[in-house]
Unconditional design. Structure first.
Length: 187
Protein backbone atom coordinates (compact mmCIF):
# COMPACT_ATOMS: atom_id res chain seq x y z
CA UNK A 1 0.00 0.00 0.00
CA UNK A 2 1.47 3.35 -1.00
CA UNK A 3 1.06 6.59 0.96
CA UNK A 4 -1.90 7.85 -1.06
CA UNK A 5 -3.73 4.56 -0.51
CA UNK A 6 -2.97 4.67 3.22
CA UNK A 7 -4.16 8.28 3.46
CA UNK A 8 -7.29 7.38 1.49
CA UNK A 9 -7.98 4.43 3.77
CA UNK A 10 -7.73 6.57 6.90
CA UNK A 11 -9.90 9.28 5.38
CA UNK A 12 -12.52 6.74 4.34
CA UNK A 13 -12.66 5.12 7.77
CA UNK A 14 -13.02 8.49 9.51
CA UNK A 15 -15.73 9.87 7.25
CA UNK A 16 -17.66 6.61 7.13
CA UNK A 17 -17.61 6.06 10.90
CA UNK A 18 -18.60 9.66 11.64
CA UNK A 19 -21.39 9.59 9.03
CA UNK A 20 -22.79 6.46 10.62
CA UNK A 21 -22.33 8.00 14.07
CA UNK A 22 -24.51 10.95 13.10
CA UNK A 23 -27.24 8.65 11.75
CA UNK A 24 -27.24 6.41 14.82
CA UNK A 25 -27.18 9.36 17.24
CA UNK A 26 -30.07 11.04 15.40
CA UNK A 27 -32.11 7.84 15.63
CA UNK A 28 -31.44 7.46 19.35
CA UNK A 29 -31.93 11.10 20.37
CA UNK A 30 -35.56 11.39 21.47
CA UNK A 31 -37.37 14.28 19.79
CA UNK A 32 -34.40 15.25 17.63
CA UNK A 33 -35.22 17.34 14.55
CA UNK A 34 -32.76 17.50 11.65
CA UNK A 35 -34.11 20.92 10.72
CA UNK A 36 -34.60 22.35 14.21
CA UNK A 37 -31.59 20.99 16.10
CA UNK A 38 -27.91 21.70 15.63
CA UNK A 39 -25.84 18.67 14.68
CA UNK A 40 -23.78 19.34 17.80
CA UNK A 41 -26.87 18.79 19.96
CA UNK A 42 -26.01 15.13 19.41
CA UNK A 43 -22.80 15.73 21.39
CA UNK A 44 -24.62 16.22 24.70
CA UNK A 45 -26.90 13.93 26.65
CA UNK A 46 -27.47 10.26 25.89
CA UNK A 47 -25.88 10.34 22.42
CA UNK A 48 -22.75 12.27 23.44
CA UNK A 49 -20.51 9.20 23.50
CA UNK A 50 -21.50 8.31 19.93
CA UNK A 51 -21.21 11.78 18.41
CA UNK A 52 -18.15 12.96 20.31
CA UNK A 53 -16.36 9.63 19.97
CA UNK A 54 -16.89 9.40 16.21
CA UNK A 55 -15.97 13.02 15.50
CA UNK A 56 -12.83 12.72 17.63
CA UNK A 57 -11.90 9.63 15.62
CA UNK A 58 -12.64 11.55 12.41
CA UNK A 59 -10.38 14.40 13.50
CA UNK A 60 -7.50 12.09 14.38
CA UNK A 61 -7.76 10.14 11.13
CA UNK A 62 -8.02 13.31 9.02
CA UNK A 63 -4.89 14.71 10.70
CA UNK A 64 -3.01 11.45 10.09
CA UNK A 65 -4.22 11.37 6.49
CA UNK A 66 -3.09 14.97 5.98
CA UNK A 67 0.35 14.18 7.40
CA UNK A 68 0.76 11.20 5.08
CA UNK A 69 -0.40 13.27 2.09
CA UNK A 70 2.07 15.99 3.06
CA UNK A 71 4.91 13.46 2.96
CA UNK A 72 3.94 12.55 -0.60
CA UNK A 73 2.84 15.98 -1.89
CA UNK A 74 5.06 18.59 -0.24
CA UNK A 75 4.38 21.23 -2.90
CA UNK A 76 0.62 21.12 -2.42
CA UNK A 77 -1.34 23.31 0.00
CA UNK A 78 -4.31 21.04 0.67
CA UNK A 79 -2.57 18.76 3.22
CA UNK A 80 -2.09 21.85 5.43
CA UNK A 81 -5.73 22.91 5.20
CA UNK A 82 -6.77 19.29 5.72
CA UNK A 83 -4.87 19.37 9.04
CA UNK A 84 -6.96 22.36 10.14
CA UNK A 85 -10.14 20.50 9.15
CA UNK A 86 -8.97 17.59 11.30
CA UNK A 87 -8.05 19.82 14.23
CA UNK A 88 -11.43 21.55 14.06
CA UNK A 89 -13.26 18.21 13.95
CA UNK A 90 -11.24 16.81 16.84
CA UNK A 91 -11.88 19.95 18.89
CA UNK A 92 -15.65 19.78 18.21
CA UNK A 93 -15.68 16.41 19.96
CA UNK A 94 -13.38 17.49 22.77
CA UNK A 95 -15.32 20.72 23.37
CA UNK A 96 -19.06 19.93 23.05
CA UNK A 97 -21.52 22.75 22.52
CA UNK A 98 -21.92 23.14 26.28
CA UNK A 99 -18.39 24.66 26.34
CA UNK A 100 -19.60 27.70 24.38
CA UNK A 101 -16.97 29.70 22.51
CA UNK A 102 -14.43 26.85 22.29
CA UNK A 103 -17.00 24.71 20.47
CA UNK A 104 -18.06 27.52 18.14
CA UNK A 105 -14.46 28.26 17.18
CA UNK A 106 -13.75 24.56 16.59
CA UNK A 107 -16.82 24.16 14.39
CA UNK A 108 -15.97 27.30 12.41
CA UNK A 109 -12.43 26.00 11.80
CA UNK A 110 -13.76 22.63 10.63
CA UNK A 111 -16.43 24.20 8.40
CA UNK A 112 -14.16 26.83 6.86
CA UNK A 113 -11.21 24.56 6.17
CA UNK A 114 -13.42 21.84 4.74
CA UNK A 115 -14.55 24.18 1.96
CA UNK A 116 -11.06 25.55 1.41
CA UNK A 117 -9.55 22.06 1.19
CA UNK A 118 -12.18 20.93 -1.30
CA UNK A 119 -11.23 23.84 -3.55
CA UNK A 120 -7.46 23.41 -3.21
CA UNK A 121 -7.49 19.71 -4.08
CA UNK A 122 -8.40 20.47 -7.70
CA UNK A 123 -4.72 21.15 -8.51
CA UNK A 124 -3.77 17.58 -7.62
CA UNK A 125 -6.51 15.47 -9.14
CA UNK A 126 -7.62 14.47 -12.61
CA UNK A 127 -10.86 13.75 -14.39
CA UNK A 128 -14.29 14.59 -13.07
CA UNK A 129 -13.04 15.11 -9.52
CA UNK A 130 -10.98 18.10 -10.76
CA UNK A 131 -14.34 19.86 -11.38
CA UNK A 132 -16.40 18.26 -8.61
CA UNK A 133 -14.05 19.01 -5.74
CA UNK A 134 -13.98 22.83 -6.09
CA UNK A 135 -17.73 22.85 -6.81
CA UNK A 136 -18.32 21.04 -3.51
CA UNK A 137 -16.01 23.51 -1.75
CA UNK A 138 -17.96 26.45 -3.13
CA UNK A 139 -21.23 24.88 -1.96
CA UNK A 140 -19.78 24.34 1.52
CA UNK A 141 -18.48 27.91 1.78
CA UNK A 142 -21.71 29.41 0.42
CA UNK A 143 -23.70 27.39 2.96
CA UNK A 144 -21.32 28.55 5.69
CA UNK A 145 -21.89 32.20 4.74
CA UNK A 146 -25.67 31.67 4.80
CA UNK A 147 -25.40 29.81 8.11
CA UNK A 148 -23.37 32.57 9.76
CA UNK A 149 -25.81 35.16 8.35
CA UNK A 150 -28.68 33.12 9.84
CA UNK A 151 -30.30 32.80 6.41
CA UNK A 152 -31.38 29.18 6.55
CA UNK A 153 -33.45 29.24 3.33
CA UNK A 154 -36.34 27.53 5.09
CA UNK A 155 -34.17 24.54 6.03
CA UNK A 156 -33.89 25.49 9.68
CA UNK A 157 -30.64 25.79 11.56
CA UNK A 158 -29.99 22.05 11.42
CA UNK A 159 -30.84 21.78 7.76
CA UNK A 160 -28.47 24.58 6.80
CA UNK A 161 -25.73 23.16 9.01
CA UNK A 162 -26.14 19.89 7.12
CA UNK A 163 -25.58 21.78 3.86
CA UNK A 164 -22.07 22.38 5.22
CA UNK A 165 -21.39 19.03 6.88
CA UNK A 166 -22.92 16.51 4.46
CA UNK A 167 -21.14 17.79 1.34
CA UNK A 168 -17.92 17.76 3.37
CA UNK A 169 -18.44 14.14 4.41
CA UNK A 170 -19.39 13.11 0.89
CA UNK A 171 -16.31 14.92 -0.43
CA UNK A 172 -14.15 13.06 2.11
CA UNK A 173 -15.52 9.73 0.97
CA UNK A 174 -15.11 10.69 -2.70
CA UNK A 175 -11.53 11.90 -2.19
CA UNK A 176 -10.67 8.78 -0.24
CA UNK A 177 -12.07 6.71 -3.10
CA UNK A 178 -10.03 8.76 -5.54
CA UNK A 179 -6.86 8.13 -3.54
CA UNK A 180 -7.62 4.43 -3.24
CA UNK A 181 -8.52 3.93 -6.89
CA UNK A 182 -5.74 6.01 -8.38
CA UNK A 183 -3.13 4.66 -6.02
CA UNK A 184 -1.42 7.99 -6.32
CA UNK A 185 -2.36 11.65 -6.78
CA UNK A 186 -0.84 13.48 -9.75
CA UNK A 187 2.39 15.15 -8.67
Amino acid sequence: MNRDELAGSLLFIGTFVFSMGILVAEALYSGYSISGNYISDLGVGSTAYIFNGTIILLGILVILSAYILHLEHRKEYYPYTLVFLGIGSLAVGLFPETTGAAHLIAALIAFLFSGITDILVFRSVRGFFKLASPAIGIIVLAALVLYVAKDFLGLGVGGMERMIVYPTLLWGMAFSGYLLSQGQVKK
